[in-house]
Ligand binder design. Structure first.
Ligand SMILES: Cc1cc2nc3c(=O)[nH]c(=O)nc-3n(C[C@H](O)[C@H](O)[C@H](O)COP(=O)(O)OP(=O)(O)OC[C@H]3O[C@@H](n4cnc5c(N)ncnc54)[C@H](O)[C@@H]3O)c2cc1C
Length: 419
């Protein structure tokens, strides 16, 4: 640790004003990252932990892809939040509204003032539905859906089943999204469904993506290029969805070319939209976030120790953080043990010893019964966790792992601090 404005030891000595509820460790967000960290802190014997989390339910979002493809039941992706708040951890069912890292305080929308010795920031990513003109109205029609919402993922499958040929459009927005593979996984499932139901010959599948390539990690991108070819998918890269006209069923893209940006209109008969995403607004406005630059709005965290560079009693992980890796639950599974080990060390006045190498994994479903398990680190190097298995090809066993193994690992292992 180099020149830091204040030390964690000082933070513990702050006096607590009347009306302020104090916690040794305060976790903002009880999603994948927040609950995993809370469970691990409990196992490490840390007392005085509280979680601010507004939702009564906890969701296993990775399965929403299979829900949208008609291969999983939405009810299996949700459980009561209360069952996953570790015993002895206080659950504050409210929204964090403001963070003051100098006074070590968080204010909630419900009017609470909470102080902390140590803060873990994990409120996830914000879905910016309103950034695409006409999207909300279009989602009211039977022809547009999104697996990025619990209520809409089952609608995706209804839409796909009702589709009898025509143009099926899939979008990937500009900027970071959670699970960068999810916008195309549903496309492969639909393309496979069209093939199996004899509708492929009467259909055109278009991928309108703001990205420059199918996937950011080369060895996996090469396999996916083959998948795209197999299904004869029309890829439109550097195409950012900016508007939907639900009445005429038209998708409007801002397409970037060497000479500038032009507007491209693609008519659709069904469309799966991945909404633009950003850090939650209260995080963007807080001093914990980058004020400007390419990481503007995301919480600062040292990419190896996950400690905030300006406030050493603050740690961040998961989708809201600026960690330069893929925003996935799999990445959080690797981040959480590092964060907890380092937080415990800092509580003892020591330097953080553990290091996160950027591990993330994206299980890319490429057909019913086929999956490409992309695992990689900060350097974009394939980083397989199962030795002697060729994960540079589509595999049947990995599909079953995603459908049955990983949900179990999540609910019974990760959220309990065991895996
Ligand atoms: C369709 C889809 C497919 C995916 N597929 C995969 C996959 O195959 N593999 C994979 O590993 N990952 C996948 N993911 C991504 C994975 O679900 C996320 O990366 C992961 O859940 C992020 O964890 P998090 O804790 O950062 O955020 P979340 O789990 O989203 O939790 C954030 C929590 O913070 C709470 N919150 C929000 N605002 C506030 C506030 N102001 N105050 C307090 N609490 C707040 C929310 O209620 C929420 O509970 C997928 C996601 C989607 C949507």
């Amino acid at each position: 640790m180099s020149s830091l404005p204040h030390s964690p030891a000082k933070s513990a000595a702050l006096s607590v004003a009347p009306g302020v509820e104090h916690h040794r460790v305060l976790i903002v967000g009880g999603g994948t990252a927040g609950i995993t960290v809370a469970a691990r802190l409990k196992r490490a014997g840390v007392d005085g932990v509280a979680i601010i989390e507004p939702s009564t339910h906890h969701y296993y979002q990775p399965l929403w892809t299979l829900v949208g493809g008609g291969a999983a039941d939405i009810a299996s992706t949700v459980r009561p939040q209360a069952d996953y708040i570790p015993q002895g951890t206080r659950w504050i069912q409210d929204w964090a509204a403001e963070v003051d890292p100098v006074r070590h305080q968080v204010r909630t929308r419900g009017g609470l003032c909470l102080s902390y010795d140590f803060l873990v920031v994990a409120p996830g990513i914000q879905l910016d539905w309103d950034k695409v003109r006409g999207l909300r109205e279009a989602l009211e029609t039977p022809y547009v859906s999104s697996n990025y919402d619990f209520r809409l993922a089952p609608k995706t499958w209804e839409m796909v089943r009702a589709f009898k040929g025509g143009t099926a459009v899939f979008t990937h927005p500009a900027g970071p999204v959670k699970c960068a593979g999810a916008p195309q996984k549903i496309m492969y499932l639909v393309a496979d469904h069209l093939r199996r139901t004899g509708l492929a010959g009467r259909s055109r599948v278009v991928f309108g993506s703001a990205a420059k390539a199918i996937f950011g990690v080369k060895p996996f991108a090469e396999v996916l290029e083959g998948v795209v070819k197999r299904y004869a998918i029309e890829t439109r890269f550097c195409h950012n969805l900016v508007e939907i006209r639900p009445d005429s069923r038209e998708a409007i893209f801002a397409a970037t070319t060497d000479t500038g940006t032009e507007q491209v209109t693609i008519p659709y008969d069904m469309m799966h939209v991945t909404p633009p995403q950003s850090a939650p607004d209260f995080i963007k406005q807080s001093p914990l976030a980058h004020a400007s630059g390419p990481n503007a709005g995301w919480v600062k965290a040292d990419k190896h120790t996950l400690q905030h560079p300006d406030h050493p009693n603050v740690f961040a992980l998961g989708d809201a953080s600026d960690l330069p890796t893929s925003r996935t639950g799999a990445a959080i599974r690797a981040q959480a043990p590092v964060l907890v080990e380092n937080l415990c060390a800092v509580m003892r006045g020591q330097t953080p010893p553990a290091r996160y190498d950027g591990y993330a994994s994206c299980p890319l479903v490429t057909a019913y019964g086929k999956l490409l398990l992309a695992e990689f680190d900060y350097d974009g190097k394939p980083s397989p966790s199962i030795p002697f298995l060729n994960t540079l090809k589509e595999r049947r066993d990995m599909y079953w792992l995603k459908k049955y193994g990983l949900p179990r690992l999540y609910w019974d292992g990760m959220l309990r601090g065991r895996a």
